[in-house]
Structures are given as structure tokens and as C-alpha cells.
Write a protein that binds this ligand. Structure first.
Ligand code: DX5
Ligand code: ZN
Length: 223
């Protein structure tokens, strides 16, 4: 697949989230990434399922809830009811990750497992084939606008090799520190889905950045 672009609303103006999401959709975004933070698993607070429900009323592209919360099993059904299309939960936050991934899949939501930069990918070897996608954090989660941690690139390459080696087709998403300048190298590493917040919504013309990222994803150069 050609890489997807998933703008993260965390860096958008919170007073105009609907407009930001719609602008991203019209500029060619493939899905909208919404960071859900509980102040425990990560220090920050952000959004809840109500935002997902509101976005679902105005968007055609899929909405992706990235749960950065403790005890994600308490929230799976709420996000299902809100209408999320994709849902990723953190390995580090869950005691029964297999059960929760299966629950998500039974609800017909795309189920993703998220891993922090310091968590070895080996911890997901036994659950890999059950996943619809993997989310490798390329920064420590909690805030937008951080710099990509270079050592995570090795994890991306290793994971892609595993996936190929098992004849699986599981997209690998990354989240944190994606820029128009590092995307081409990350595509070579094997990234299938780029989450990007500050690069898009920190720019005065977010639509232009999304179009530029789409060009790079299609194999064009940076502008
Ligand atoms: C970080 C969040 C990200 C964040 C990425 O904890 O999970 O989705 O928005 O932001 P950038 O692209 O600004 O690094
Ligand atoms: Zn995220």
C-alpha cells in the first residue's frame, strides 16, 4: 500500500477541531488521528469519546482513537459507541492485551497495538497475527511537537521484517516527530501510516503540508 497520512488533532486549535479535521479531509488525509489522554498513563489530558462522535457526523474518512489511558478495557465500548473506526491501545497500559484486542475486533473496529519507544517489539510476538495494525511510538507519548527518537527506526525495520517473514500484511504506523524532511527515509524503513500533528497543524497552511506529505507518500520529492 502507499503510505497513509493521518493528521493528529492534538496540535490543532481546540476551539476549531471540526474545521481542522474537515480541512485535513479535503486536503487528502487518509484518516484522522485523535489522541485520548487520561492524565495517568501520560501526564496530559486531552479528549474523550464525545469528540469522536462529533467528528463522525462531519467526516467521510475513518476516525482513529489512540488511547493513551490506563485500563483501556474500561473505554473500549465507549469508543465503539462513539463510532470510532480504528482504535489503538497501549501494551504498557493493559494487563490482558490479547482479550482486549479480540474485544475490539469483535466490535468490527480496526484493532491496533501501540508500543512506547522503550518497549521491545518482542513483547508483541504472540499477538502479532491478531492485529489489524501496529502503532510504534517514535516519541515518548504525551505531547505533540517532539523530535523523533532515532533508535525507533531500527524497531520499524525489525518489525517489518518479522511481518514479512510471517507472510502477514499488517500496516505499521508511527506517531511522533514526523516531518516532511524525514518521511522519505521512514518510507524506506517500511512505515505504512504516518501520524503527524505539529508538522501539519503547527504550519500556517495545514492543507498545503498534507498535500506535500501525500506527494512524498506517492514517491514524489519534497517541494
Ligand atoms: C503524542 C501523540 C501524537 C502527537 C504527535 O503523544 O500520540 O499523536 O500528536 O505529534 P507530533 O506529530 O507533533 O510529534
Ligand atoms: Zn497519537
Amino acid at each position: 500500500m502507499r503510505p497513509f497520512i493521518a493528521p493528529s488533532l492534538l496540535s490543532a486549535d481546540f476551539a476549531r477541531l471540526g474545521e481542522a479535521a474537515k480541512l485535513a479531509e479535503e486536503a487528502g488525509a487518509d484518516l484522522i488521528h485523535v489522541d485520548i489522554m487520561d492524565g495517568h498513563f501520560v501526564p496530559s489530558l486531552s479528549f474523550g469519546p464525545q469528540l469522536i462522535a462529533s467528528l463522525k457526523k462531519i467526516l467521510k474518512i475513518p476516525v482513529w482513537a489512540h488511547l493513551m489511558v490506563e485500563k483501556p478495557d474500561n473505554f473500549i465500548f465507549q469508543f465503539y459507541e462513539a463510532g470510532t473506526d480504528w482504535l489503538s491501545i497501549h501494551l504498557e497500559a493493559s494487563q490482558h492485551i490479547h482479550r482486549e484486542i479480540i474485544q475490539i475486533k469483535e466490535l468490527k473496529i480496526k484493532a491496533g497495538l501501540a508500543l512506547n519507544p522503550g518497549t521491545p517489539i518482542h513483547f508483541m510476538i504472540d499477538i502479532l497475527k491478531d492485529l489489524d495494525f501496529v502503532l510504534l511510538m517514535t516519541v515518548d507519548p504525551g505531547w505533540g511537537g517532539q523530535t523523533l527518537i532515532e533508535s525507533t527506526r531500527n524497531k520499524i525495520r525489525l518489525l517489518k521484517n518479522w511481518i514479512k517473514g510471517q507472510n502477514l500484511e499488517i500496516p505499521v504506523a508511527i506517531d511522533g516527530g514526523v516531518t516532511v524532511d524525514n518521511m522519505a527515509d521512514l518510507i524506506k524503513d517500511g512505515v505504512d501510516i504516518f501520524v503527524a500533528g505539529a508538522t501539519i497543524f503547527g504550519h500556517e497552511d495545514p492543507a498545503a503540508v498534507i498535500r506535500q506529505m501525500k506527494e512524498i507518500a506517492l514517491g514524489g520529492g519534497t517541494l
